[in-house]
Design a binder for this molecule. Structure first.
Ligand SMILES: *[C@@H]1O[C@H](CO)[C@@H](O)[C@H](O)[C@H]1NC(C)=O
Ligand SMILES: *[C@@H]1O[C@H](CO)[C@@H](O)[C@H](O)[C@H]1NC(C)=O
Ligand SMILES: *[C@@H]1O[C@H](CO)[C@@H](O)[C@H](O)[C@H]1NC(C)=O
Ligand SMILES: *[C@@H]1O[C@H](CO)[C@@H](O)[C@H](O)[C@H]1NC(C)=O
Ligand SMILES: *[C@@H]1O[C@H](CO)[C@@H](O)[C@H](O)[C@H]1NC(C)=O
Ligand SMILES: *[C@@H]1O[C@H](CO)[C@@H](O)[C@H](O)[C@H]1NC(C)=O
Ligand SMILES: *[C@@H]1O[C@H](CO)[C@@H](O)[C@H](O)[C@H]1NC(C)=O
Ligand SMILES: *[C@@H]1O[C@H](CO)[C@@H](O)[C@H](O)[C@H]1NC(C)=O
Ligand SMILES: *[C@@H]1O[C@H](CO)[C@@H](O)[C@H](O)[C@H]1NC(C)=O
Ligand SMILES: CC(=O)N[C@H]1CO[C@H](CO)[C@@H](O)[C@@H]1O
Length: 571
């Protein structure tokens, strides 16, 4: 996140009426896509599933939660103001995607193993972090959980761990910190923004008491406040002497727990990734910056957490989204064996992670483009090594893309249901996402929105949605058409039009294939009324629109709502 992001956000988020796209849902305005590159010589095509994003940007750019199909057709759109009654200019939603939650207790005495849509909603601080709540939506798009970490969850992370817990980030303003080592504006008694990662039970929304890691403050009883202020690559912009000028020295932006129970945490402002013990909250090792040099005219200073690895895998800066890859289904013993460098273990004493290396913060940058990195850590030799195996960058035919904030990277092979080995990447602060082959060739590039729109994280995932509402129709008797849509429905294959003199004599059935978000169907304008039903691939009726007047579209009789799917077919 950066200040430029905030300026854009403060310009705020309304939608202009001229952008009307759907007759049946004039209130829904999706962000437009421009597929600027498709690699015709690549045998690798985009994976299955849908694209999940929550674009933000200056008015009148469309914002909110959005799901698209591969061709850029809208599947679902929800305006962000329904969460928390967001109505402030600095309110937003972030990090929208499906995640699987598996737990023996869902909070209502039942076990759960299902996919939920997850998101963060809240207010964004001018420094580029936030305070809000996290939400889980079910297959009918209804909120089933919402909760927040102690002191309010920050938007950077809401990750569901494989053991059924979740982790979110927190930012706390701490007073009385000595920053005199930070020239030129450091002060004896400073306000500094601490960053924490806290583990929560989803069932109750309460902290687990297993894991709370804060960079600066010791939080009893588990954390020791281990990351020194002098490890920061930033300096305060103004003297940090009052609470409005707190210095964001460390900036956590991702956290996730592995099968061994330990956390991988990305700290953007120390250019480091930390591996933190899940039961003691102590740093086990660091990857990234071993020396800090902010001003080239001054000598570099050693980090309090120099990298425990040698090799080019330390060469990232201002990074986001540190994720273990290739560990799906592995046990805690497999991971502990790799951590101990056991070359005969399942992972051969090695582990792989991905990082979105934006290489810039909007300040002068020595690098000209952002990139995704696949890094291999080898614990089987001494010293440990970190090597870049592949980098993903400069999508086909583009000038270089350097994003000053945000971004993420997804290894699709960790999601076998997507049937793809590709790598999916969002350029965060730039409104671009791209898909690469695992080897780094560009498969496809999509620009979305207009200049100034931002995406934080964008995901490709399988999703099965059946709204608990009914399909929407709009009749235009002048052109002899009915327009039908059903916001969020993923199972509809055909629409069935029935017409008649009243709601008891509907007949003369016409089935047409569903087209994109909204389908236009030719109608006979002689009968009095019509109704449109949604059919799945087996011809079952999923829901029915209201029965409406052919002449003016007014409601004659109620339709039939969708019935929430309780599906485990997605992952
Ligand atoms: C889409 O991108 C292409 C290539 O950059 C550009 O020429 C074209 O104008 C863009 N179209 C829209 C609608 O923005
Ligand atoms: C919405 O904004 C108005 C004006 O800023 C404020 O008075 C009101 O409390 C806000 N409502 C909510 C739910 O945040
Ligand atoms: C969030 O949860 C609280 C109860 O914890 C509930 O009262 C509130 O309605 C929920 N919010 C939404 C948007 O569902
Ligand atoms: C919450 O805020 C209080 C007061 O600022 C602070 O003492 C405490 O450590 C914070 N706790 C967490 C979990 O962030
Ligand atoms: C990582 O390096 C630090 C010194 O910088 C050292 O104290 C720590 O023991 C090392 N971690 C491991 C797991 O070797
Ligand atoms: C290394 O892993 C192999 C295979 O899991 C196991 O049999 C062996 O005991 C491990 N060695 C050590 C030193 O842990
Ligand atoms: C397109 O795909 C081919 C075959 O994989 C590859 O050689 C080429 O480099 C790709 N183009 C780009 C721009 O990545
Ligand atoms: C049935 O619909 C077709 C196509 O709209 C129309 O041509 C025909 O007249 C209708 N038949 C009856 C019996 O309503
Ligand atoms: C959860 O459901 C998925 C998909 O149905 C299944 O593959 C997996 O084995 C289940 N996991 C558990 C722990 O039940
Ligand atoms: C690797 C790299 O380019 N790092 C740069 C990231 O951006 C900061 C701030 O703009 C530069 O100081 C680094 O050199």
């Amino acid at each position: 996140m950066s200040k430029s992001f905030l300026l854009l956000l403060l310009l705020t988020l309304t939608v202009s009426a001229q952008q009307l796209q759907f007759q049946s849902r004039p209130d829904l305005v999706p962000t437009p896509w421009n597929i600027t590159f498709t690699n015709t010589s690549s045998s690798s095509t985009s994976g299955e599933g849908f694209i999940f994003m929550a674009p933000l940007g200056p008015a009148p750019a469309p914002t909110g939660l959005m799901i698209f199909d591969n061709d850029g057709n809208l599947v679902y759109l929800k305006n962000s103001d329904v969460f928390l009654n967001l109505n402030g200019s600095n309110s937003a939603v972030f990090d929208f995607r499906p995640q699987r939650w598996i737990s023996s207790d869902d909070g209502n005495g039942k076990s759960v193993n299902d996919t939920f849509l997850t998101l963060w909603a809240g207010t964004v601080n001018p420094h580029g972090f936030g305070k809000g709540r996290v939400f889980l939506l079910d297959h009918g798009y209804e909120v089933v959980k919402n909760f927040t970490a102690v002191n309010g969850s920050d938007f950077h992370e809401f990750h569901i761990n494989s053991d059924g817990t979740a982790v979110t980030t927190i930012y706390n303003l701490v007073e009385g910190i000595d920053t005199t080592s930070i020239s030129p504006l450091g002060q004896q008694d400073s306000f500094v923004w601490d960053a924490c990662a806290q583990e929560l039970y989803i069932a109750s929304g309460n902290p687990t008491n297993n894991f709370l890691f804060c960079a600066l403050s010791p939080v009893s009883p588990r954390s020791t406040g281990p990351i020194s202020v002098s490890d920061s690559f930033t300096t305060p912009a103004t003297p940090p002497t009052d609470s409005n000028n707190g210095w964001d020295y460390v900036h956590f932006n991702s956290a996730e727990k592995d099968a061994a129970g330990n956390y991988l945490i990305s700290a953007r402002h120390t250019h480091s990734v930390y591996y933190v013990d899940g039961s003691t909250s102590q740093i086990i090792w660091a990857l990234g910056a071993s020396t800090i040099q902010i001003d080239p005219s001054r000598p570099s200073v050693p980090s309090s957490h120099p990298s425990n690895f040698t090799g080019d895998g330390n060469d990232f800066s201002w990074q986001h989204d540190a994720r273990w890859v290739g560990e799906r289904g592995l046990s805690g013993d497999d991971i502990r064996s790799a951590n101990s460098g056991n070359a005969s273990g399942t992972l051969g004493g090695k582990r792989r992670l991905t990082i979105y290396d934006n290489g810039s913060s909007g300040l002068p940058s020595s690098r000209t483009e952002s990139r995704g990195l696949l890094i291999e850590l080898d614990f089987s030799q001494s010293p440990w090594t970190a090597s870049i195996l592949t980098s993903y960058h400069s999508p086909g035919g583009e000038t270089t893309l350097l994003s000053t904030s945000q971004g993420n990277l997804q290894f699709l092979s960790d999601h076998p249901e997507l049937n793809s080995d590709n790598v999916f990447m969002s350029y965060g602060g730039l409104p671009v996402f791209a898909e690469y082959t695992r080897e780094g060739d560009t498969v496809r590039v999509v620009h979305y929105g207009t200049s100034g729109v931002q995406g934080y994280r964008i995901f490709r995932a399988i999703w099965d949605g059946t709204p608990v509402s009914r399909p929407d129709v709009a009749v235009d008797a002048d052109v002899g058409m009915v327009f039908v849509s059903w916001n969020g429905a993923t199972r509809v294959v055909k629409w069935r039009l029935t017409q008649g003199s009243d709601s008891f004599s509907l007949g003369n059935t016409t089935d047409v294939d569903k087209q994109g978000f909204e389908t236009a169907i030719a109608i006979d304008t002689t009968p009095e009324v019509l109704q449109v039903s949604a059919l799945d691939k087996d011809g079952n009726v999923l829901a029915k629109s209201n029965v409406v007047s052919v002449q003016d579209g007014s409601i004659v009789a109620e339709g039939q709502d969708g019935v929430k799917a309780s599906s485990n077919t997605d992952a």
